[in-house]
Design a protein around this ligand. Structure first.
Ligand code: FAD
Ligand code: SF4
Length: 196
């Protein structure tokens, strides 16, 4: 059965110290907005609501993308979702604390999608000689000047291994890591030749 009413819950598992994840996962606002727009195209009669604390549309053109979603009829409700229960008729009951002064509100939807945050799939601490940062992502030793450098010689980190990021930033970082790796190999070769 096609859902008539779909909810997205933002910051699910991010920005929540009680879960040990205090950081913003960076990508979930934009991927949720993209998904709601695609859904709206496939299910034009469905009501789609996004529950959010903040919309972080940080990249070039992202704010316009967000405004386009609103113009398409996607509803954005500022509120922190506290609880999700089983609702009537196989649906879902969602309890949220409204940040628009309405107090605690209950809403019913046919389907709820959690915009899950990013956590590392492993903790290099104790497994690998590369150090992790306080959030267990691979730690950069020069985050501002050379973000792909780790504290292990010859090991370079790029993409989400080093923290939440989107595809654009991942590709940029991958290029930087490749350049660092090439520089490292040239320096290694030179020192080998000098020693010979
Ligand atoms: C639901 C969702 C939607 C998203 N939508 C967008 C979007 O629309 N636009 C956008 O820009 N970004 C989006 N992102 C973010 C995007 O997925 C990441 O930026 C991107 O995938 C990062 O690339 P990566 O290569 O660093 O990591 P990944 O794509 O996660 O690749 C890591 C690879 O390493 C493999 N791997 C892991 N551990 C090991 C191991 N021990 N040995 C061997 N292989 C291993 C994994 O299987 C995986 O294939 C989205 C993220 C999520 C979660
Ligand atoms: S990107 Fe948006 S949904 Fe994801 S953690 Fe940050 S504020 Fe929350």
């Amino acid at each position: 059965m096609e859902p008539d009413s779909i909810a997205y819950v933002q910051c699910a598992g991010s920005r929540d110290k009680s879960m040990g994840v205090s950081y913003c996962s960076r990508v979930c606002c934009m991927y949720a907005i993209k998904q709601t727009m695609l859904l709206s195209g496939s299910l034009p009669l469905a009501d789609i609501t996004v529950y959010y604390m903040d919309i972080r549309a940080f990249g070039k053109g992202y704010e316009q993308f967000y405004q386009n979603a609103k113009a398409m009829g996607i509803e954005f409700v500022k509120g922190k979702v506290a609880k999700i229960n089983e609702g009537g008729n196989g649906g879902v009951e969602l309890c949220y604390e409204s940040q628009d002064g309405e107090g605690v509100v209950t809403a019913n939807h046919d389907l709820v999608v959690l915009s899950l945050g990013m956590i590392p799939g492993w903790n290099p601490e104790g497994v690998c000689p590369v150090s992790a940062d306080s959030d267990h992502f691979i730690k950069s030793i020069m985050p501002k000047l050379s973000p792909t450098l780790t504290d292990m010689e010859g090991v370079f980190a790029a993409g989400t291994a080093a923290g939440p990021k989107d595809i654009v930033d991942t590709i940029t970082e991958s290029g930087a890591a490749a350049v660092e790796a090439a520089k490292y190999m040239v320096a290694l070769e030179r020192s080998r030749k000098a020693a010979a």
